[in-house]
Write a protein that binds this ligand. Structure first.
Ligand code: G6P
Length: 368
């Protein structure tokens, strides 16, 4: 129920929510960045510095897009705070009788705060004495009430079934959490400053990506013609690829698979050919050359390549390229997600799908 919240002149809630991201991200950041000490203020965690230092591991749980944003989060925490972190689907987690460890901080992610599998996982962790925080959008929701503390996204209501602004705001919340943890561990003030400044730049950079909407709509028309698409990325690009494939599947019903680019040669390369184009996430990071090699391998098998990255590669390596602004390498995944949201949206429109209410799916799954 959208209540007073309408599409504000956009054709669909989804496009409105994609377009709102410069503001929703600014709201997630508001009042939380400290320019003087290069730290994040996260009062809702209810944790002093000593306690913050005491965790040796971070375990992240969520469902669907929340889980994929958790994978971005785990990488941010490992990179910036050097604390081992990983993400797992909440439903898998709760059914496998997990070991609850007193030195682990558990993080539950949920836009709605009502997803039953995530709530049940939180209750299981708490029952066994674990410490859980929430990254939640809906204030006062079931998960928000159940956790020991957390970070509210303040992304505003998300109506369209496919998550977009909550996804990017969750990644931002993790960047803040990673900065917070990093600065009580070994993240230097200058690296802290680098991340604070990078976060500040994101809303304007997203605005620039949104301006490419028409061109991405053209590309979507061209690629949505195929029965199936492959999405690949390495390390920071991999959760981006997973979320990109998820968006396309959810709203356009085009089959999509996501793989780490390095895994292609261990199986899925057999699928590559003229009928299965690849969306490749190729940021300018230390893995650029490896990713460009992968593009060559795909093209050599007759596969079409749509590259999303920071510069135009050799013309032989990609059929089409979406070039986006560069931020710090740790924060680039947030920006790389935006063109994939637009690609899925415009593919769904081109195929005349029910964009905001895709078949078989619900906005929040409150049953088992
Ligand atoms: C449903 C929605 C997804 C969403 C997932 C988790 O499956 O269709 O878009 O990512 O639930 O929702 P949550 O509210 O817990 O983030």
């Amino acid at each position: 129920d959208a209540g007073h919240y309408d599409t504000g002149g956009y054709e669909h809630y989804l496009l409105k929510e994609i377009s709102e991201q410069p503001e929703s991200i600014a709201r997630t950041l508001r009042g939380r960045l400290d320019e003087r000490f290069h730290i994040a203020h996260l009062g809702g965690l209810n944790m002093d510095a000593r306690e913050t230092r005491s965790f040796r591991r971070v375990k992240i749980i969520g469902c669907g897009s929340a889980y994929y944003s958790g994978q971005i989060g785990a990488q941010l925490i490992e990179e910036l705070a050097r604390i081992p972190a990983d993400a797992e689907p909440a439903s898998e987690y709760r059914y496998r009788n997990p070991v609850i460890d007193p030195d682990t901080l558990y993080v539950a992610i949920s836009q709605s705060g009502e997803t039953y599998d995530t709530l049940a996982a939180v209750q299981e962790i708490k029952r066994k004495g674990g410490r859980v925080i929430g990254i939640v959008n809906a204030v006062g929701s079931a998960i928000a009430r159940e956790v020991d503390g957390g970070i509210y996204l303040h992304a505003g209501p998300e109506v369209s079934v496919a998550s977009t602004k909550a996804f990017t705001s969750t990644a931002i919340a993790f960047a803040l959490l990673a900065l917070h943890f990093g600065r009580v561990h070994d993240l230097s003030p200058s690296d802290g400053r680098r991340i604070v400044e990078g976060l500040r730049k994101l809303p304007d950079q997203i605005e620039q990506i949104l301006k490419q909407g028409e061109r991405i709509a053209e590309l979507a028309k061209k690629y949505a013609d195929h029965p199936s698409m492959m999405f690949v990325g390495r390390v920071r690009g991999y959760p981006v690829a997973r979320e990109g494939a998820q968006k396309l599947k959810e709203i356009s019903y085009v089959h999509a698979e996501a793989y780490p680019a390095s895994e292609l040669k261990h199986g899925p390369l057999a699928l590559i050919g003229p009928d299965m184009p690849t969306v490749a996430i190729v940021p300018d990071d230390e893995l650029l050359d490896k990713n460009l090699t992968t593009l060559g391998e795909i093209r050599a098998r007759g596969g079409r390549v749509l590259m999303v990255g920071h510069r135009q590669p050799d013309a032989k390596l990609a059929d089409d390229v979406i070039v986006i602004p560069k931020n710090e390498i740790e924060l680039d995944p947030i920006l790389l997600t935006i063109p994939l949201q637009l690609l899925a949206y415009h593919a769904a429109v081109a195929l005349e799908r029910d964009v905001d209410k895709p078949r078989n799916l619900a906005k929040s799954v409150t049953v088992e």
